[in-house]
Design a protein around this ligand. Structure first.
Ligand SMILES: *Cc1c(COP(=O)(O)O)cnc(C)c1O
Length: 239
């Protein structure tokens, strides 16, 4: 599938598709937020997207995000959707409102420590790897509950939901089992009633499969290519 470079038109089409997907299964359209994934997109085009109503931008590298956010500012909300390295944790507090990709206890500890030092609290999602492939990051499904219980005990870090990246596939329907599985995990965690943990946000769905993700329960869809066109330097789904 190829995409046009007309950002306004692409956004309009995506919003229509989001609306249709929610209507199909009787969800409130307001429950689904579009995260415009702006990795490798130059600031002028990001600003264009913002002028057409984008409210949340997603970046996958801290350094790249830092440069862009310094230029574009915080009139939009910025999310980190890619993998976070421990040595970059110190930057996240001034950059991001939500980290989608926390997947280990050491990383969570680092974030917690850094947050306490700054007197800040940061919202995170737990990234789960449900396929054992597709993405090398993410906690394994069966280890998720233990990880969440441990992170819930840390100070100044707040678990708001879950994120997953399914294996790359041509057929959006191939993602459905993973998205169902993520929703099963969400319900399992809710049943545990862990203090300080809420399962408010479910980050799943990308350009190729966001409608399937919405049908299954996504609240945050992370869409890059379908808004901005094919990425120039072909950065793969790096997380
Ligand atoms: C790049 C990226 C996306 C967006 O992918 P598209 O196929 O361009 O929509 C979503 N999530 C993550 C984690 C990414 O790195």
């Amino acid at each position: 599938m190829s995409y046009k470079a007309d950002i306004a038109e692409n956004l309009e089409r995506i919003r229509d598709r989001i609306r249709s997907a929610t209507e199909r299964i009787g969800r409130d359209t307001q429950e689904v937020k579009l995260v415009a994934v702006t990795k490798s997109v130059e600031p002028s085009r990001i600003k264009e997207a913002i002028s057409y109503g984008v409210k949340i931008c997603g970046e996958n590298r801290v350094q790249e995000a830092k440069e862009k956010i310094e230029e574009i500012g915080h009139s939009v909300s910025w999310h980190l959707v890619g993998h976070l390295q421990g040595n970059k944790v110190k930057y996240i507090f001034d950059l991001f409102d939500l980290i989608h990709s926390v997947d280990t206890l050491p990383l969570a500890r680092e974030i917690s420590k850094s947050a306490q030092k700054r007197g800040r609290t940061i919202d995170i999602l737990i990234q789960i790897n449900l396929s054992g492939e597709g993405s090398k990051h993410g906690v394994k499904g069966e280890k998720t509950l233990d990880l969440i219980k441990e992170i819930s005990l840390l100070q100044n870090i707040s678990i708001r939901g879950l994120m997953t990246i399914p294996p790359l596939s041509e057929d959006p329907e191939d993602s459905r089992i993973y998205y169902r599985e993520l929703m099963d995990k969400k319900r399992e965690i809710e049943r545990e009633v862990i203090e300080g943990v809420v399962m408010k946000e479910i980050s799943m769905g990308m350009s190729s499969d966001f409608e399937v993700a919405i049908e299954e329960g996504a609240t945050l869809v992370r869409v890059g290519t379908a808004i901005f066109g094919e990425r120039q330097n072909k950065i793969k789904i790096k997380d």
